[in-house]
Write a protein that binds this ligand. Sequence first.
Ligand SMILES: [Mn+2]
Length: 317
Amino acid sequence: MKNIKFLFNRSEITAGTRGSSLGPDALKIVAWKQGKTIFGDYPFSDIKTENQLLNIHPKHQFAKRIEGLIAVYKDVSQQIQETIANQQFPLLLSADHGSAGGTIAGIKAAFPDKRLGVIWVDAHGDLHSPYTTPSGNMHGMPLSTALNDNNTECQRNQLPKETSDLWEELKSVGFKGAKVAPEYLIFIGVRDVEEEEIAIMNRLNLRNYTVEEVKDKGAATIVSEINHHLADCDIIYVSFDVDSMDPIETSHGTGTPVPNGLGVAETKAILKGLVANPKLVCFEVVEINPCLDEKTNKMAETAFEILEEVITTIENK
Ligand SMILES: [Mn+2]
């Protein structure tokens, strides 16, 4: 038995829609319906949310609810560090993707001297900063905090000092500075990016395995190329946004669905392959939104099917 610990993170303050806070519990409902006890088989802890901020107008238009996100980053980062210190494996079931920068900060704080690789399975690049965002929604910014890069080359917003100060504070939670080097950040399935994100991807030469490339090469080749690419890393984190998958095969039960995504079978095969790597120290699944699901609870059912195999693979390592 690996010492998996579930961290339930229902924070949904960084998305443009509501409902992803119900995602982790939508997974539990699938388990219950299928008579599975997986969520009772391991210890768990809840991350403290700041979702009450959704009931008032945001104070910072270019970094909406950033004061709440700082608190969420702190709790996620702290709980990751405690989980790892207890020789447990943190497996996060999260709502929106905005807090994943806190996950990365916590991993880096737990292993400050180790070289971290991040595999970001997503339809989106999540590379905006308050300086470049068109919406102010912070679920598009977690990787800028991980890379410690504001992309001011593409600046479109003039930030009030209070906002820029809070952004610097957010980037310093858990670990000050860059948590991951650009060459060790790998995307899979990114296909919906804005021009500012394309610019930073080009400037930092970030690697994206497109849907076409995945279909062309197949899961096994993608996994072996990524493991080769991250051979110099000591530890690896996999962040799985369910919007990476094709909404025709899954559903629109996610905050920002994008057509022409990864197939469910190839996603499962890739994730199983990636989590088999002994360097894996943390896994996270995000952005299931049952409120938006036109097929009742199909997105959670799909994610649960994948999660079961991921957990079995982690167990059998
Ligand atoms: Mn995402």
